[in-house]
Design a protein around this ligand. Sequence first.
Ligand code: NOJ
Length: 735
Amino acid sequence: MKKEDLQALLNDMSLEEKIGQLIQIPGFLIEGGSVITGPALEMGFDEETYYNAGATLSIFTFERIREIQDQFMARQPHHIPLLFMGDIINGYRSIYPIPLGQGCSFDPALSRELAAMSARESAAEGLHVTFSPMVDLVRDARWGRVMESTGEDTYLNSCFAKAAVEGYQGKDIADAGSVAACVKHFAGYGAPEAGRDYNVVELSDRTLKDDYLPPYKAAVDAGVEMVMTSFNTLNRIPASGNTEYMRTLLRDTWGFHGMLISDWAAINELELQGVADDMAASANMAIHAGVDMDMCTPVYALSLRKLVKEGKVPEALIDESCMRVLELKNRLGLFEDPYHHAHQTKAEQVVLCDEHRALCLKAAEESVVLLKNKRDILPLKKEGQNIAFIGPYADAHRLYGVWSMLGREEDTVSVKEGIEEIGQSNTCTFAKGCRMLDPKFPLTGFHGMEQEEETDDEELLLDAMMKAKRADVVVMLLGEHPAQSGEGGSRGDIRIPKPQRKLLKEISKVNSNIVTVLFHGRPLDIRGVDRRSKAVMAAWFPGIEGGRAIARLLFGESEPSGKLAMSFPYSVGQVPVYYDHFATGRPFNGDITNRFQSRYQDIPNDPMYPFGHGLTYTTFDYVSVELSSDTMTKETPITVSVRIKNIGNRKGTEVVQMYIRDLKGSVVRPVKKLKGFERVTLEQGEEKTVTFRIDHSMLAFTRADMTFDAEPGTFYVYVGGSSAVDKHGEFTLQA
Ligand code: NOJ
């Protein structure tokens, strides 16, 4: 539709219709029946508002979407199509690693392909918008939603934010196989106080500007169509009513022209947060702050009409928001094709096709991080050994985490199935060993996640012990239950569940050759696991090809190449713990007789495994690191060239990381910051040079006077395979 036609449509719409476009009705109301049913009425949606709605969410499969689209368009006075949205976070049916796992690949180009694959499947089934990517920076492993983020680093998250948006949206969202992306949660949702979901966020302006906001900005710069607000307050102002953030920063400064949607019921919660007297005041605050669409509550539906009539909300504001919704529909081409090229046959062709499964496998392999490999216990030999695979994840199929609504166990390859596929002549045995969770753990519902079935714990343990005793190597497959992370999944104890700790302890009494593979949605406290294992692999929730990927990695059919996108704390007492922390006046120098240094009395300062850490089956030598010059100016960038050689005895991939430290500034600077990375695959004996450019913009930060710029002075450069690397050179930025 041309712009003038869109304007004419808007001009012809009644106020009720326009408000309708600003409402998203939950899919479960629609799925309740073909006519408006009890729950919808109870929530406050009357028949008129219901059929005037602009969008819905969580309705999947082409046939249902088409049926509902037809039904709604027939009832909408101008036959305006509905927008179908959904949380397709790490794949539609072809489910790949959770975002935190993807972060560990340090491979945004791969995530771009994954997002494009997810878009192909979702779009073929009729979806228009995905509520992804989540780009919230995360530093506290207690928070359950760290799994949805690509980690603790601003630059890495920004690279992934851009890649995801490009992947989902393709060249043009009107094209078949594209969906509109919605970046979330604006802003600062990744830093809830004490790691407790929905809790307040208190971040200084500088921390926000330098660390937390850039990934959202990267998504906006990549052309993201939608932004979602967050549940939290940000420095005492609820994010969903924050004019300064949503109008001044997002729209006026960053130039975001797309549509802003609240998070689920977040407008309604303004009242509970104590900044609005009632529902109408909440609606008033949100619409003024710039929230175009109300997700899944009738707050806008019940309040905006009255607010306009009372003169509290100018109709122009409603028009502005309504136009944004219509524009998105128009850019998607829905006025011409309300099904957005979706088709049953197309869906059958693409969903779970071989090509998609292969991409899921590649991603699963790249996301796994080998944390430790003592005496090269890995890779496992392909013959002549007795290997016992033990643990609740040995044959589990739910390897895709909590946030994969369409994930199916029958689509998923378990570790056992993956192992059985590998051509090898070992004697392999499998045992569950114990239940996954302590029965006392309150496993409350998330997408039908039910309590575990009853087991005979003694029998499980005996079987596992017997197999472990006979084995040359024991591979323990342990981890969190999927429902222990994700939304509402905050934990104060971030160890693996108790029955599994006990299992590992018992097994380690009869066999010391232990390799542990972990499945999890967050960095864990793995002190006990680490102590009892010669090798540890962090597999996150790797998706439907997870079992195959693990099997291939364990037997050396492929090599681990992941690096931690989020530090593994030594214990929960350290969190928030992150590599780019600030310099202090009393840094700990290792002298434990000196009480008055910045340290703990009972635990180390360093995390168990730092950001960027990850091993593989070969060794790399950083042969040389050379700066093109030891001075630079605003106009003359420099480069750092890194010569790296594979000095081990097989092929391998290294993620070469470049960090910079700004030695002195008008405000305190972090001890180092990631500024570049590159994945390099080298054959045995092969050498390669990787070059990073360093320019003035990469050195900028929010200065004492709140302006954003670099300051002249000395900078250190660090290059290596983790954030715990030594200095390699320095340069001076001249005025
Ligand atoms: C609440 C979550 O915070 C958000 O991430 C999600 O997209 C919406 N619900 C919709 O399901």
